[in-house]
Design a protein around this ligand. Structure first.
Ligand code: BDP
Length: 341
Protein backbone atom coordinates (compact mmCIF):
# COMPACT_ATOMS: atom_id res chain seq x y z
CA UNK A 1 0.00 0.00 0.00
CA UNK A 2 2.58 2.36 1.19
CA UNK A 3 4.77 1.63 -1.76
CA UNK A 4 1.84 2.06 -4.12
CA UNK A 5 1.08 5.41 -2.62
CA UNK A 6 4.68 6.35 -2.90
CA UNK A 7 4.67 5.35 -6.54
CA UNK A 8 1.44 7.29 -7.09
CA UNK A 9 2.90 10.26 -5.37
CA UNK A 10 5.99 10.05 -7.53
CA UNK A 11 3.84 9.81 -10.65
CA UNK A 12 1.87 12.88 -9.58
CA UNK A 13 5.05 14.76 -9.00
CA UNK A 14 6.27 13.89 -12.46
CA UNK A 15 2.96 14.91 -13.96
CA UNK A 16 3.10 18.15 -12.03
CA UNK A 17 6.59 18.79 -13.32
CA UNK A 18 5.46 18.13 -16.84
CA UNK A 19 2.44 20.36 -16.33
CA UNK A 20 4.60 23.12 -14.96
CA UNK A 21 7.02 22.73 -17.82
CA UNK A 22 4.12 22.67 -20.26
CA UNK A 23 2.57 25.68 -18.61
CA UNK A 24 5.82 27.52 -18.97
CA UNK A 25 6.04 26.55 -22.59
CA UNK A 26 2.51 27.75 -23.32
CA UNK A 27 3.20 30.93 -21.40
CA UNK A 28 6.36 31.39 -23.44
CA UNK A 29 4.48 30.75 -26.68
CA UNK A 30 1.69 33.15 -25.84
CA UNK A 31 4.26 35.69 -24.71
CA UNK A 32 6.19 35.44 -27.91
CA UNK A 33 3.01 35.81 -30.02
CA UNK A 34 1.96 38.84 -28.03
CA UNK A 35 5.43 40.31 -28.38
CA UNK A 36 5.48 39.48 -32.06
CA UNK A 37 1.90 40.59 -32.78
CA UNK A 38 2.17 43.86 -34.62
CA UNK A 39 0.17 46.75 -33.24
CA UNK A 40 -0.27 49.32 -35.97
CA UNK A 41 -1.67 52.81 -35.87
CA UNK A 42 -3.71 54.15 -38.76
CA UNK A 43 -4.63 57.70 -39.74
CA UNK A 44 -7.89 58.87 -41.28
CA UNK A 45 -9.20 62.40 -41.62
CA UNK A 46 -12.90 61.63 -41.84
CA UNK A 47 -15.62 61.51 -39.22
CA UNK A 48 -17.81 58.63 -38.00
CA UNK A 49 -20.13 57.27 -40.66
CA UNK A 50 -18.12 58.63 -43.62
CA UNK A 51 -17.50 55.90 -46.24
CA UNK A 52 -13.72 55.95 -45.67
CA UNK A 53 -14.14 55.72 -41.91
CA UNK A 54 -16.46 52.73 -42.13
CA UNK A 55 -14.17 51.07 -44.69
CA UNK A 56 -11.00 51.65 -42.64
CA UNK A 57 -12.66 50.08 -39.59
CA UNK A 58 -13.63 47.17 -41.79
CA UNK A 59 -10.04 46.96 -43.01
CA UNK A 60 -8.84 46.79 -39.43
CA UNK A 61 -11.32 44.01 -38.60
CA UNK A 62 -10.37 42.02 -41.72
CA UNK A 63 -6.68 42.49 -40.98
CA UNK A 64 -6.95 40.88 -37.53
CA UNK A 65 -9.16 38.14 -38.91
CA UNK A 66 -6.99 37.29 -41.92
CA UNK A 67 -3.74 37.31 -39.95
CA UNK A 68 -5.29 35.42 -37.02
CA UNK A 69 -4.38 38.24 -34.68
CA UNK A 70 -0.78 38.67 -35.83
CA UNK A 71 -1.59 42.21 -36.96
CA UNK A 72 -3.87 44.62 -35.16
CA UNK A 73 -4.60 48.04 -36.56
CA UNK A 74 -5.98 50.76 -34.37
CA UNK A 75 -7.57 53.42 -36.52
CA UNK A 76 -7.51 57.06 -35.40
CA UNK A 77 -10.25 58.91 -37.23
CA UNK A 78 -11.25 62.54 -37.71
CA UNK A 79 -7.65 63.68 -38.08
CA UNK A 80 -6.99 63.23 -34.35
CA UNK A 81 -3.37 62.31 -35.14
CA UNK A 82 -2.74 65.56 -37.02
CA UNK A 83 -3.16 67.09 -40.45
CA UNK A 84 -2.78 65.17 -43.66
CA UNK A 85 0.60 66.45 -44.86
CA UNK A 86 2.16 65.62 -41.47
CA UNK A 87 0.47 62.21 -41.41
CA UNK A 88 1.91 61.38 -44.83
CA UNK A 89 5.38 62.06 -43.41
CA UNK A 90 4.60 59.97 -40.32
CA UNK A 91 3.67 57.00 -42.48
CA UNK A 92 6.76 57.46 -44.65
CA UNK A 93 8.86 57.40 -41.47
CA UNK A 94 6.98 54.41 -40.03
CA UNK A 95 5.80 56.23 -36.89
CA UNK A 96 2.32 55.47 -38.21
CA UNK A 97 1.86 52.26 -40.20
CA UNK A 98 -1.09 53.23 -42.38
CA UNK A 99 -2.93 56.24 -43.73
CA UNK A 100 -6.00 56.75 -45.85
CA UNK A 101 -4.62 59.55 -47.99
CA UNK A 102 -5.84 61.66 -50.86
CA UNK A 103 -3.30 61.62 -53.68
CA UNK A 104 -3.69 65.44 -53.61
CA UNK A 105 -1.42 66.20 -50.66
CA UNK A 106 0.84 63.24 -51.57
CA UNK A 107 1.50 64.81 -54.98
CA UNK A 108 4.21 67.23 -53.81
CA UNK A 109 6.41 64.31 -52.67
CA UNK A 110 5.61 61.83 -55.45
CA UNK A 111 5.52 63.35 -58.95
CA UNK A 112 3.84 60.31 -60.55
CA UNK A 113 0.96 60.61 -58.07
CA UNK A 114 0.74 64.32 -58.83
CA UNK A 115 -0.58 63.78 -62.36
CA UNK A 116 -4.07 63.14 -60.91
CA UNK A 117 -3.97 66.68 -59.52
CA UNK A 118 -3.82 68.23 -62.96
CA UNK A 119 -7.28 69.79 -63.24
CA UNK A 120 -9.57 68.01 -65.75
CA UNK A 121 -6.94 65.36 -66.50
CA UNK A 122 -9.63 62.68 -66.14
CA UNK A 123 -12.88 63.14 -67.98
CA UNK A 124 -15.06 61.18 -65.56
CA UNK A 125 -14.83 59.28 -62.29
CA UNK A 126 -15.45 56.05 -64.20
CA UNK A 127 -12.55 56.74 -66.54
CA UNK A 128 -10.36 57.62 -63.53
CA UNK A 129 -11.06 54.23 -62.01
CA UNK A 130 -10.45 52.36 -65.24
CA UNK A 131 -7.10 54.15 -65.38
CA UNK A 132 -6.29 53.48 -61.71
CA UNK A 133 -7.21 49.82 -62.04
CA UNK A 134 -4.80 49.46 -64.99
CA UNK A 135 -1.35 50.59 -66.08
CA UNK A 136 -1.79 54.17 -64.82
CA UNK A 137 -2.48 52.90 -61.30
CA UNK A 138 0.59 50.65 -61.48
CA UNK A 139 2.84 53.54 -62.49
CA UNK A 140 1.44 55.78 -59.77
CA UNK A 141 1.85 53.04 -57.16
CA UNK A 142 5.46 52.53 -58.29
CA UNK A 143 6.05 56.27 -57.84
CA UNK A 144 4.65 56.11 -54.31
CA UNK A 145 6.80 53.11 -53.47
CA UNK A 146 9.94 55.03 -54.40
CA UNK A 147 8.90 57.46 -51.64
CA UNK A 148 8.36 54.78 -49.00
CA UNK A 149 4.61 54.25 -49.40
CA UNK A 150 2.83 51.19 -50.71
CA UNK A 151 -0.71 51.72 -52.03
CA UNK A 152 -2.68 48.66 -50.96
CA UNK A 153 -5.93 49.82 -52.53
CA UNK A 154 -7.63 52.92 -53.92
CA UNK A 155 -10.81 54.57 -52.67
CA UNK A 156 -13.34 56.65 -54.55
CA UNK A 157 -13.45 60.34 -53.80
CA UNK A 158 -15.74 61.44 -56.62
CA UNK A 159 -15.11 64.79 -58.20
CA UNK A 160 -14.44 68.13 -56.59
CA UNK A 161 -16.32 71.32 -57.41
CA UNK A 162 -16.17 74.92 -56.21
CA UNK A 163 -18.38 76.27 -53.46
CA UNK A 164 -18.49 79.73 -51.98
CA UNK A 165 -20.32 82.20 -49.78
CA UNK A 166 -21.19 84.68 -52.54
CA UNK A 167 -22.75 83.50 -55.80
CA UNK A 168 -23.07 80.73 -58.39
CA UNK A 169 -19.88 80.20 -60.43
CA UNK A 170 -20.42 79.58 -64.14
CA UNK A 171 -17.25 81.01 -65.67
CA UNK A 172 -13.65 81.60 -64.55
CA UNK A 173 -14.36 85.31 -64.24
CA UNK A 174 -16.74 84.62 -61.37
CA UNK A 175 -13.76 83.54 -59.27
CA UNK A 176 -11.89 86.76 -59.92
CA UNK A 177 -10.43 88.12 -56.71
CA UNK A 178 -12.10 85.44 -54.61
CA UNK A 179 -10.03 83.87 -51.87
CA UNK A 180 -10.32 80.11 -52.27
CA UNK A 181 -9.01 77.48 -49.87
CA UNK A 182 -7.00 74.68 -51.49
CA UNK A 183 -5.22 71.58 -50.19
CA UNK A 184 -1.45 71.80 -49.85
CA UNK A 185 -0.20 71.33 -53.38
CA UNK A 186 1.22 74.00 -55.69
CA UNK A 187 -0.85 72.64 -58.56
CA UNK A 188 -4.03 73.71 -56.77
CA UNK A 189 -2.66 77.15 -56.00
CA UNK A 190 -1.66 77.43 -59.66
CA UNK A 191 -5.15 76.36 -60.68
CA UNK A 192 -6.86 79.08 -58.60
CA UNK A 193 -4.43 81.76 -59.77
CA UNK A 194 -4.96 80.76 -63.40
CA UNK A 195 -8.71 81.22 -62.85
CA UNK A 196 -8.15 84.70 -61.44
CA UNK A 197 -8.72 83.83 -57.76
CA UNK A 198 -6.44 84.01 -54.71
CA UNK A 199 -5.40 80.58 -53.48
CA UNK A 200 -5.20 79.93 -49.76
CA UNK A 201 -3.62 76.56 -48.83
CA UNK A 202 -5.03 75.41 -45.52
CA UNK A 203 -5.62 72.24 -43.48
CA UNK A 204 -9.03 70.62 -43.89
CA UNK A 205 -9.91 71.12 -40.23
CA UNK A 206 -9.54 74.89 -40.50
CA UNK A 207 -11.79 75.50 -43.49
CA UNK A 208 -15.14 75.69 -41.68
CA UNK A 209 -13.99 78.53 -39.44
CA UNK A 210 -12.23 80.27 -42.32
CA UNK A 211 -15.41 80.26 -44.40
CA UNK A 212 -17.51 81.35 -41.47
CA UNK A 213 -15.30 84.30 -40.61
CA UNK A 214 -14.71 85.26 -44.25
CA UNK A 215 -11.00 84.50 -44.13
CA UNK A 216 -11.75 82.68 -47.36
CA UNK A 217 -14.82 83.04 -49.56
CA UNK A 218 -14.74 79.62 -51.09
CA UNK A 219 -13.24 76.17 -51.25
CA UNK A 220 -13.69 73.07 -53.34
CA UNK A 221 -14.58 69.49 -52.55
CA UNK A 222 -16.89 66.58 -53.30
CA UNK A 223 -20.46 66.47 -51.92
CA UNK A 224 -19.72 64.07 -49.02
CA UNK A 225 -16.90 66.27 -47.62
CA UNK A 226 -18.80 69.50 -48.29
CA UNK A 227 -21.63 68.05 -46.22
CA UNK A 228 -19.76 66.08 -43.49
CA UNK A 229 -17.73 69.17 -42.53
CA UNK A 230 -20.76 71.45 -42.37
CA UNK A 231 -19.21 73.73 -45.00
CA UNK A 232 -22.59 73.83 -46.72
CA UNK A 233 -23.95 75.67 -43.69
CA UNK A 234 -21.55 78.56 -44.22
CA UNK A 235 -20.94 78.51 -48.00
CA UNK A 236 -24.27 78.01 -49.71
CA UNK A 237 -23.37 78.09 -53.42
CA UNK A 238 -22.09 74.86 -54.95
CA UNK A 239 -21.14 74.98 -58.64
CA UNK A 240 -20.57 71.72 -60.49
CA UNK A 241 -17.19 72.46 -62.08
CA UNK A 242 -15.93 68.91 -61.35
CA UNK A 243 -12.41 70.14 -62.02
CA UNK A 244 -10.57 67.50 -59.97
CA UNK A 245 -11.01 63.76 -59.62
CA UNK A 246 -8.51 62.62 -57.01
CA UNK A 247 -8.32 58.96 -55.99
CA UNK A 248 -7.40 58.16 -52.40
CA UNK A 249 -5.12 55.37 -51.24
CA UNK A 250 -4.87 53.02 -48.33
CA UNK A 251 -1.13 53.52 -47.99
CA UNK A 252 1.26 51.57 -45.78
CA UNK A 253 4.85 52.25 -44.78
CA UNK A 254 6.93 50.30 -47.32
CA UNK A 255 9.41 48.87 -44.84
CA UNK A 256 6.72 47.64 -42.46
CA UNK A 257 5.02 45.95 -45.40
CA UNK A 258 8.17 44.48 -46.93
CA UNK A 259 9.26 43.02 -43.59
CA UNK A 260 6.06 40.93 -43.36
CA UNK A 261 5.93 37.26 -44.34
CA UNK A 262 4.46 36.50 -47.77
CA UNK A 263 1.36 35.12 -46.07
CA UNK A 264 0.79 38.33 -44.12
CA UNK A 265 1.54 40.56 -47.11
CA UNK A 266 -1.17 38.73 -49.00
CA UNK A 267 -3.59 39.06 -46.05
CA UNK A 268 -2.90 42.79 -45.74
CA UNK A 269 -3.51 43.40 -49.44
CA UNK A 270 -6.67 41.32 -49.45
CA UNK A 271 -8.04 43.10 -46.39
CA UNK A 272 -7.36 46.50 -47.99
CA UNK A 273 -8.88 45.51 -51.30
CA UNK A 274 -12.00 43.98 -49.79
CA UNK A 275 -12.60 47.00 -47.60
CA UNK A 276 -11.99 49.28 -50.60
CA UNK A 277 -14.88 47.58 -52.39
CA UNK A 278 -17.03 48.45 -49.39
CA UNK A 279 -15.77 52.04 -49.53
CA UNK A 280 -16.70 52.36 -53.20
CA UNK A 281 -20.18 50.96 -52.54
CA UNK A 282 -20.75 53.26 -49.56
CA UNK A 283 -19.39 56.17 -51.57
CA UNK A 284 -21.92 55.72 -54.35
CA UNK A 285 -24.70 55.92 -51.76
CA UNK A 286 -23.21 58.76 -49.75
CA UNK A 287 -22.60 61.09 -52.70
CA UNK A 288 -26.34 61.05 -53.44
CA UNK A 289 -27.36 61.30 -49.78
CA UNK A 290 -24.98 64.22 -49.17
CA UNK A 291 -26.19 66.07 -52.24
CA UNK A 292 -29.80 65.61 -51.15
CA UNK A 293 -28.98 66.76 -47.64
CA UNK A 294 -27.24 69.97 -48.71
CA UNK A 295 -29.95 70.74 -51.23
CA UNK A 296 -32.62 70.25 -48.57
CA UNK A 297 -30.71 72.65 -46.32
CA UNK A 298 -31.08 75.39 -48.93
CA UNK A 299 -27.78 75.21 -50.83
CA UNK A 300 -27.99 76.54 -54.39
CA UNK A 301 -26.44 74.00 -56.73
CA UNK A 302 -25.74 75.02 -60.30
CA UNK A 303 -24.65 72.95 -63.26
CA UNK A 304 -21.79 74.12 -65.44
CA UNK A 305 -22.51 73.01 -68.99
CA UNK A 306 -19.94 71.19 -71.11
CA UNK A 307 -19.62 74.37 -73.14
CA UNK A 308 -19.07 76.53 -70.05
CA UNK A 309 -16.50 74.03 -68.81
CA UNK A 310 -14.36 74.67 -71.89
CA UNK A 311 -13.38 78.07 -70.49
CA UNK A 312 -12.20 76.50 -67.22
CA UNK A 313 -10.30 73.83 -69.14
CA UNK A 314 -8.66 76.38 -71.42
CA UNK A 315 -7.46 78.32 -68.36
CA UNK A 316 -5.73 75.14 -67.12
CA UNK A 317 -3.46 74.77 -70.16
CA UNK A 318 -0.60 76.76 -68.58
CA UNK A 319 -0.97 74.73 -65.35
CA UNK A 320 -0.53 71.48 -67.28
CA UNK A 321 2.29 72.92 -69.39
CA UNK A 322 4.13 74.26 -66.36
CA UNK A 323 3.92 70.89 -64.63
CA UNK A 324 5.14 68.95 -67.66
CA UNK A 325 7.96 71.41 -68.26
CA UNK A 326 9.17 70.63 -64.72
CA UNK A 327 8.48 66.89 -65.06
CA UNK A 328 9.03 66.03 -68.73
CA UNK A 329 9.33 62.32 -67.88
CA UNK A 330 5.65 62.33 -66.91
CA UNK A 331 4.37 63.31 -70.36
CA UNK A 332 3.76 59.68 -71.27
CA UNK A 333 1.81 59.02 -68.06
CA UNK A 334 -0.45 62.01 -68.73
CA UNK A 335 -0.89 60.81 -72.32
CA UNK A 336 -1.77 57.34 -71.01
CA UNK A 337 -4.46 58.83 -68.76
CA UNK A 338 -5.91 60.85 -71.61
CA UNK A 339 -5.99 57.86 -73.91
CA UNK A 340 -7.84 55.72 -71.32
CA UNK A 341 -11.33 55.05 -72.64
C1 BDP B 1 -11.50 65.29 -48.89
C2 BDP B 1 -10.45 64.20 -48.84
C3 BDP B 1 -9.47 64.44 -47.73
C4 BDP B 1 -8.90 65.82 -47.85
C5 BDP B 1 -10.00 66.84 -47.94
C6 BDP B 1 -9.45 68.26 -48.11
O1 BDP B 1 -11.08 62.95 -48.66
O2 BDP B 1 -8.45 63.49 -47.75
O3 BDP B 1 -8.11 66.13 -46.75
O4 BDP B 1 -10.86 66.54 -49.01
O5 BDP B 1 -9.99 69.01 -48.90
O6 BDP B 1 -12.34 65.08 -49.99
O7 BDP B 1 -8.49 68.58 -47.41
Amino acid sequence: MHARYAKWGFKMLRLKKIAVAFGLVTAAVSMSTSVMAADWKGWNIHVTGYPNTVAMDDFSRLLTEKTEGRINLKMYHAGTLGNQSDAIEQVRLGALAIGNFSLGPIGPIAPEANVVSLPFVFNSVEQAFRAMDGEVGKLISAGLEKKGLIALAYHDSGSRSFYNTQKPITQPDDLKGMKIRVMNNDLYSGMISALGGNPSPMAFSEVYQALKTNVVEGAENNFPSYESTGHHEVAGFYSLSQHLIIPECVCINAKIFNDLSDVDQKAVREAAQESALLQRKLWSERKVASRNKVEASGVKINEISAEQKLAFQAAMVPVHEGFLAKNPELKSLVALIKSTK
